[in-house]
Design a protein around this ligand. Structure first.
Ligand SMILES: [Cu+2]
Length: 294
């Protein structure tokens, strides 16, 4: 009977090992494939850490099974044997402290460049961003103008988006730190050009929120009083989920928005549509000219 229980309790770790080995192949860890170049690198880091923990897990489970079986082998004959007592092993303590310390140090150094590309302001792809703004979106800008495409403000319980508007000649203006009369607004609908790194300025109006694009593997806290630049690149023309990943109040669950990655032309078209909606004075063009005739 005791062999039955040994095998029974060994079954759980064996199953866990099989699942942890099989899951990356089936894509069970993530909601979908990473939809941004940086997201793919973050996934690679995740799988690297998963491999280290899987090897550690299998090792410790084999040790556990060994101890279980060794204890189970005791027969009635040696029941009178005196129990062996240990104060511990200094060498073993050193080994299992130093080895994990080195593994953690290795992970910390190995992920350094991904972290930097993701978060260090000096490393954001400045040239690609200004090329997008200047050449593709025809933004009239100087060197000192913001590289951000939009400002995203989180508030209980929605995402407010502010884009720069157009000047009298129809040129896209740069995004200013303070709201401008020409600015364009949207709620829960963030648009951006596809296949190019895009930066947004993230703000919060009330409490702490978290700007979360699960498919792009982007997650950044929005902190009241701070303007945080976030940059990302979408691989495909489609819409992605934009969620709040910080419990920010009773309506946290409904802080759902979408990110639409589209062609440069479609993005400009979208801004023009916003412009028309926002600056329409409620009088149709025909009616206006009739009034003038009278
Ligand atoms: Cu929130």
């Amino acid at each position: 009977m005791k062999w039955f229980w040994c095998l029974f309790f060994a079954l759980a770790p064996i199953l866990a090992m099989a699942v942890s080995i099989a899951s990356p192949g089936y894509g069970w860890w993530f909601p979908s494939e990473a939809a941004s170049p940086l997201g793919q690198r973050i996934d690679d880091l995740f799988y690297m850490i998963l491999m280290i923990t899987t090897v550690t897990f299998i090792g410790t489970q084999i040790g556990l099974v060994y101890v279980l079986f060794k204890g189970a082998r005791r027969t009635d004959a040696d029941v009178n044997e005196k129990a062996w007592f240990s104060h511990g092993s200094h060498e073993l303590e050193v080994i299992w402290s130093v080895v994990p310390a080195f593994i953690l140090l290795f992970i910390a150094l190995y992920q350094l460049d991904v972290w930097a590309d993701y978060r260090v302001k000096n490393l954001f792809p400045r040239e690609e961003m200004s090329k997008l703004l200047e050449e593709k979106l025809h933004q009239k800008r100087t060197e000192h103008d913001s590289l951000a495409l939009a400002e995203v403000t989180a508030r209980q319980f929605e995402w407010r988006i502010r884009y720069p508007g157009f000047d009298a000649d129809g040129h896209l203006l740069p995004l200013m730190p303070e709201p401008q009369p020409t600015d364009l607004y949207a709620v829960n609908d963030l648009h951006m050009p596809v296949k190019v790194p895009v930066m947004i300025n993230l703000k919060s109006q009330d409490v702490q929120h978290s700007f979360f694009l699960p498919e792009l593997r982007v997650k950044q806290d929005a902190v009241p009083g701070l303007v945080i630049p976030v940059w990302f690149e979408a691989n495909h023309q489609r819409s992605y989920a934009l969620l709040c990943a910080e419990l920010c109040g009773w309506g946290h669950y409904k802080m759902k928005a979408q990110l639409v990655a589209e062609s440069d032309e479609a993005f400009l078209e979208y801004l023009h549509e916003l412009h028309e909606q926002q600056f329409f004075d409620g009088v149709a063009a025909e009616e206006a000219s009739d009034d003038e005739d009278e």
